[in-house]
Design a binder for this molecule. Structure first.
Ligand SMILES: [Zn+2]
Length: 320
């Protein structure tokens, strides 16, 4: 099975030197235990387990236990500062969809030949893979969503930028998200082919997001902070952008995720793959408010989903 070959090829394209050991582990370790430097021991997400998140720091993943800038975090909307940059731009395109069960997440690697780019002001990062957690890892004022997607990007220096999007069960689920989650293989290490798709489709019908036909997706409204990878080894060079609002997912897809997780080799039936929130330790979270309706920011309903009429001239059809 070549499920890691793609991830490694993609990651190694931007890999340079020791700094990338973290990123490589995150993007590839869940795929090929042993293919990257130690630590490679078994771990899971069960807080009650001796190899669960409370013990990651003791079982060989030191940064997970000792790091002072760990993710995920609880975002308190009354404690954010103002973000002063431009909207984020996603230059994502359609490509082959391969859905992998990595034993820790459901993941879609981006083929090495595809260049899906995240633009943060004048900085550019390339999408390596995206994957899903259930329930969400980040919380907003203590509230948790049903699914959280992580779009993992790296730049030529090995810096990592992750865009996070949460989804709640709702009436108008994302067809793209349902397709991915419902096609996830039940067995770790396996992959399923799900036709073609663009990761941009996962940003459809989300408040504060504009989809430009034939152009980039604009992320207008998000929280930004510096954190870490949320899985071992928890490397701390990660620039996080969490969308302020979320999308919808079907009950069936959420159930499927939990069934798949419960069958992960080291999980003993534990059905969730979210890491508990970590101390902020004085870190500042900034908020970019854009593309809001008049009351959108004030009500503090971030992460909540609502039906929206796409911006004028923007529609999902345009990016197909
Ligand atoms: Zn993740």
């Amino acid at each position: 099975m070549n499920l890691t070959r793609r991830g490694l090829l993609k990651a190694s394209g931007t890999a340079a030197g020791v700094v990338l050991l973290g990123p490589l582990r995150e993007s590839a370790s869940t795929l090929v235990p042993g293919a990257t430097p130690a630590p490679t021991g078994a771990w899971n997400h069960d807080p009650a387990s001796p190899i669960g998140p409370r013990h990651w720091g003791d079982i060989g993943f030191r940064t997970c236990g000792q790091g002072m800038a760990q993710s995920p975090v609880d975002i308190r909307t009354d404690k954010v500062t103002r973000y002063r940059g431009a909207p984020l731009l996603l230059w994502y395109q359609k490509s082959e969809l391969v859905v992998e069960n990595t034993g820790h997440a459901v993941e879609v690697p981006v083929p090495a030949v595809v260049q899906d780019t995240l633009q943060i002001d004048r900085e550019f990062y390339e999408l390596v893979q995206y994957h899903f957690h259930a329930p969400s890892e980040h919380t907003l004022n203590g509230r948790r969503a049903d699914i959280e997607a992580h779009f993992v990007h790296t730049d030529a220096q090995g810096a990592i930028a992750v865009v996070g999007v949460v989804y709640r069960c709702g009436d108008h689920p994302s067809a793209a998200l349902d397709k991915i989650l419902l096609s996830a293989p039940a067995t770790a290490g396996q992959e399923a082919h799900a036709g073609e798709g663009s990761p941009a489709e996962l940003f459809g019908n989300i408040h504060g997001v504009s989809v430009i036909p034939g152009g980039p997706v604009l992320l207008n409204s998000f929280y930004a902070y510096d954190g870490s990878l949320t899985t071992p080894g928890c490397a701390e060079n990660v620039r996080w952008s969490m969308l302020a609002h979320g999308g919808h997912v079907s009950n069936a897809a959420v159930s499927r995720m939990h069934e798949v997780i419960a069958r992960f080799p080291d999980y003993s039936g534990y059905p969730n793959n979210n890491r508990p929130t970590q101390p902020r330790n004085g870190r500042v979270i900034s908020y970019r408010r854009g593309g809001e309706t008049a009351d959108g920011g004030r009500r503090g309903t971030a992460f909540e989903t609502r039906r929206m009429v796409p911006d004028r001239g923007a529609s999902l059809a345009g990016i197909r």
